[in-house]
Design a protein around this ligand. Sequence first.
Ligand code: HEM
Length: 497
Amino acid sequence: MSFRDLCNYIVIDSDVAPGPNPWPIIGNLDIIGRFENPFQGFGTLAEQYGDIYSLTLGHTRCLIVNNLDLIREVLNKNGKFFGGRPNFLRYDKLFGGDRNNSLALCNWSQLQQKRRNLARRHCSPKESTSYFTKMSTVGCIEIDHLMERLKNEIVPGQPIDVKPIINAACANMFYQYMCSMRFDYDDVEFKQFVRFFDEIFWEINQGHPLDFLPWLLPFYTGHLNRISYWSKTIRKFILDRVVNERELNVDPDEPDTDFTDVLLKSLVENKNMSRNTIIFMLEDFLGGHSAVGNLVMLALAYIAQNPNIGTKIQYEVDIISNNGERSINLSDMSEMPYTMATIFEVLRYSSSPIVPHVATEDTAISGFGVTTGTIVFINNYILNKGPQYWSNPDQFYPDRFLEEKSTVKNMKEDNRSSENEPTKFQLRKNLSHFLPFSIGKRTCIGQNLVRAFGFILLANILMRYNIKSHDLSTIKIKPASLALPADCFSLLLSPRI
Ligand code: HEM
């Protein structure tokens, strides 16, 4: 017996994680169905079965991990065994019939490594690089367009359906950054592109019975056809309005102009990338704008519910912008910790689920055997809302992300006595249990874009407007989801004097 066989033998023979007995056909779906949200349910079940337990959903074996050490073991230490993604029909429909076309929903492969490498520099720009400056510049250019639009659309005292406008502004920030172009807010095809991506973002954030009971397919053909239609329309828009023309003008001898240029050159330079692959990549990254738009909408909703948070952001904005004399840009970020803390609090509070991982070979977690194909759910809801990690976790409270700047440092920086100075704050550094973008080899590639464009949008909107709701009961937010329905609540934006 080889060492490898021996290991497999040990793994297969090792204990199976505890869990409820499954019913035929549905498995344990009845248990999950009892909870308003599966991730809240996962936490409740952990009280009964422990921090690691198994469930059978339909016929699929699943493992749920519920504490930081176990989550690190799956994502970091043993990440190479958990690089797969679930084989859901809906995922195929979203990506031209094959989920492996998608960056987030594909199984791990050499191609995925290559795609991540190609995207990293552009889509995860580091501070002090020219890409970072570009983010700041395009963000501020779009803010001017957004403010003009809001000024024309807002009727004093009337609520406004602001989500499509914010999403369109985000989409243009992404288009300018990645394709060096923007679209008019009234462009019908562009509006459709923005709307369909928002529908997809909602869709992808929902669990669906079909995922675990594929024999239900005949009852959901209408739904799947709708998904296909959204994604085909988006692809056509990107081809017609961006790729087809840009393809004619690629010059491998000129420096890269933007992400589209890099992608198109990779075809010419024959880096084993197919045209299909790069079009799906561009689509995936442009689609990231919906995540940012929904994040900003949630921030505005929480501000409408807690007006003092808006006031505190405005306090920072007013100091930095000298009472609105100029827009807020990315170089202001380090001086506006409360605004950033609000963005982090939205990420914590909304607790977007981590895309499930799948075991690609037989292995073990914490001594429990895991067989190939097992779906592993990372319960980051518990990391974000567990009382063991946060005090008053159900309160929306950005200050929890702040700590006092050390006095000695203040004195050195300011070269004056700190006695009469107001306390200065900075973002807390040691928050190892806060993993909104996950960790390990499949960590989010778009997190810098989220922070940058989210910050620019939130700060500049608050600079010009007070945010309220005409009726707070209309603000309905689903727990454990960053996504809001495409048609959600309106808000009252009143110009600041
Ligand atoms: C608030 C917004 C966002 C949040 C909370 C978020 C969070 C996440 C999480 C939790 C994952 C899964 C990591 C894992 O499986 O371990 C992920 C993957 C990913 N994200 Fe994000 N993300 C956001 C926005 C974006 C944006 C704007 C982009 C691109 C422009 C992006 C690109 C990606 C990609 C490409 C992956 C897949 C990486 C892989 O599987 O190899 N994300 N994101």
